[in-house]
Design a protein around this ligand. Structure first.
Ligand code: HEC
Length: 126
């Protein structure tokens, strides 16, 4: 009888230990990827343009690029599409390229993945 109780206690302890591992939520593990990150319907006009407008165009608009943005304009589709690979490397801070936004903090994971999804989708002009 005592032996059964011991088995039972051991069993319960194992279950509690194992199941406690599944309390890890994605939010807790990856704080910047949260449920508010909506990566559905990633369009150029709806998702990519706002990211660039809010974080990059102060230096990389057609007007500011020559003075502040190393002549790299990211204001229209053709320019963004052509430079998508460099943009991705720059915002992911992975490359040999200068990390962007320059002198700013790295973009939220959600914005970076949104841009990368747009590239993966074939850079649609939509
Ligand atoms: C404060 C001004 C400023 C902001 C904001 C800024 N950039 Fe830049 N960017 C520069 C300058 C200046 C360079 C030239 C390289 C350097 O000086 O580091 C540059 C270079 C680049 C390059 C080329 C990198 C290379 O090493 O060849 C890319 C791509 C780029 N920026 C994309 C972006 C994107 C995307 C954003 C927004 C997420 C952004 N930049 C925000 C000023 C800025």
């Amino acid at each position: 009888m005592k032996r059964r109780l011991l088995y039972f206690v051991t069993f319960v302890t194992i279950i509690i230990t194992v199941s406690s591992c599944y309390y890890d939520s994605e939010e807790a593990l990856y704080p910047s990827v949260n449920s508010t990150c909506d990566t559905t319907n990633v369009t150029y006009s709806g998702k990519v343009v706002p990211i660039l407008a809010n974080n990059c165009l102060s230096c990389h608009s057609n007007a500011s690029a020559p003075s502040a943005g190393a002549n790299i304009a990211l204001e229209n589709y053709a320019d963004v599409s052509l430079q998508a690979a460099s943009i991705s490397a720059a915002i992911n801070h992975t490359g040999p390229l200068s990390p962007m936004p320059k002198n700013g903090s790295k973009l939220k994971v959600c914005l970076i993945s949104t841009f990368d999804i747009w590239v993966r989708n074939g850079k649609p002009n939509n």
